[in-house]
Design a protein. Structure first.
Ligand SMILES: Nc1ncnc2c1ncn2[C@@H]1O[C@H](COP(=O)(O)OP(=O)(O)OP(=O)(O)O)[C@@H](O)[C@H]1O
Ligand SMILES: [Mg+2]
Length: 264
């Protein structure tokens, strides 16, 4: 473990049942422990709310603070872009990749199909040239890359497009259950990134939120005439978590949560 302080190592051994996020302020909302190990957690937020930054912090901290290798599944951004953007926030992903502790699974064919999906049958949306992309292929590739680095954490960012290949809602639910079961079998702690539709407290819940063991929401709210970003642990089974929305900022070194500040 490349930990630079005894505190970090102590945190690792004390929290064997948990996967701490290591994000400043975030684990305090989770009984001071983090995400229960092996859970599938949905992280939902609006565009630009910091979902990718949260994800990379979770994975990078997993490696540098808790000795847990991780895989990032990039669904709609190029890995080059991810590496460059995250380097600006101080996350040297290339170094972690070289050390065999971090890997990006680029599901880029989907990216090129985005424009074509409009007005086309969803079932044909993932055809790139002669190459079909199926959830089954995806799961196989994911397992192989996870085994390759003995991954303990995984992020799928975002899940939305992957699920769109199933036109029928019942099929989408089964596909999501399959995926979550596949992730559960690996024993890794996973973050599944999702879009948050509607910013109001009373919003329509998406079915994956019921299936997941945990749900974390990133919202933009108005407080005293100003827009502020808030994060809320909506659900984390078996944990007496903070259920209030708390403010967070995206700083030059990533997300910082302020768990004792009130916004409501
Ligand atoms: N160096 C920085 N300092 C402060 N804020 C930053 C910095 N870099 C990025 N940001 C903020 O982070 C936001 C992007 O974060 P991120 O890519 O994690 O969002 P996202 O929720 O994944 O977005 P999308 O839905 O488009 O995938 C930017 O809109 C900007 O507000
Ligand atoms: Mg993103």
């Amino acid at each position: 473990m490349e930990s630079d302080s005894q505190g970090k190592k102590a945190m690792s051994s004390d929290t064997a049942e948990f996967a701490p996020t290591g994000i400043p302020g975030m684990d305090e909302m989770l009984e001071g422990k983090g995400i229960p190990r092996g859970y599938n957690v949905i992280l939902a937020g609006g565009p630009g709310s910091g979902k990718t930054i949260f994800s990379i912090q979770f994975l990078s901290n997993g490696i540098t603070m808790f000795d847990e290798p991780g895989v990032y599944v990039s669904v709609d951004e190029s890995p080059i872009f991810i590496r460059d953007n995250m380097a600006k926030l101080g996350f040297d992903l290339e170094r972690l990749e070289e050390r065999g502790e971090f890997a990006i699974l680029d599901v880029s064919p989907i990216r090129y199909m985005k424009g074509k999906m409009v007005g086309e049958k969803v079932s044909t949306a993932f055809r790139v040239g002669k190459k079909d992309f199926s959830l089954l292929d995806f799961r196989r590739e994911l397992s192989s890359i996870m085994e390759g680095i003995d991954a303990r954490r995984v992020v799928i960012d975002p899940i939305t497009i992957l699920m769109l290949q199933h036109a029928d809602e019942a099929e989408r639910r089964y596909a999501m259950i399959d995926l979550m079961q596949a992730l559960a079998i690996t024993g890794s702690t996973s973050l599944i990134i999702s879009e948050l539709r509607g910013t109001a407290l009373e919003r329509e819940h998406q079915f994956e939120e019921y299936l997941a063991q945990g749900v974390i929401l990133q919202r933009t709210q108005v407080m005293r005439g100003e827009l502020i970003k808030t994060i809320q642990v909506e659900k984390m089974r078996g944990l007496d978590h903070d259920n209030q929305p708390r403010p967070y900022r995206i700083t030059s070194s990533g997300i910082e949560v302020y768990p004792s500040e009130r916004v409501l």
